[in-house]
Design a protein around this ligand. Structure first.
Ligand SMILES: [Zn+2]
Ligand SMILES: [Zn+2]
Length: 155
């Protein structure tokens, strides 16, 4: 229930985010930009405030707090972005605590290729827990039922 605060591993004393640095809490304008990040697992919108550096595709901010969020199958999202199916049924928990959301078909595919799936949790339960922890609503509008286009923004 507290906002995330930017830190900098390179220069402890400068303003965060510094214009010439890479520090700050990063946010992008289009969710498809996140397809290139490592293991995208939770997608959402955020409120940013304090010092903010604006870039071509997004922002670096001093403070941030989620507004809406949802789990997504990271393989579907990496492959198809926000136009993919996006639903995930399970969260695989690896040793060391790393958690990876997957849809049922991708879970099956992982098993078929002999990938050892350590521990499986219900995606719905994990998502509910996240929403309760941050006291926010689920993100729905980027993934409409037909899964093809984003909902038009109404005035
Ligand atoms: Zn910095
Ligand atoms: Zn999938």
């Amino acid at each position: 229930m507290r906002p995330a605060e930017a830190s900098c591993t390179r220069h402890r004393s400068h303003v965060r985010p510094e214009l010439e640095c890479t520090c700050g809490l990063h946010a992008v304008e289009s969710p498809d930009e996140l397809r290139r990040t490592r293991d995208p697992a939770v997608l959402g919108t955020v409120a940013l405030w304090g010092w903010i550096v604006e870039h071509e595709h997004g922002f670096r901010a001093a403070l941030a707090y989620p507004q809406r969020l949802r789990l997504l199958c990271y393989l579907c999202f990496t492959l198809w972005g926000r136009n993919g199916p996006g639903d995930c049924e399970v969260v695989v928990r690896h040793r060391g605590g790393r958690m990876v959301p997957l849809c049922e078909p991708h879970l099956e595919l992982s098993r078929r290729y002999g990938y050892r799936v350590p521990r499986i949790l219900s995606a719905r339960a994990i998502e509910s827990e996240l929403l309760a922890t941050y006291a926010v609503d689920p993100l729905r509008e980027l993934f409409p039922a037909n899964g093809k286009t984003a909902e038009p923004v109404s005035a």
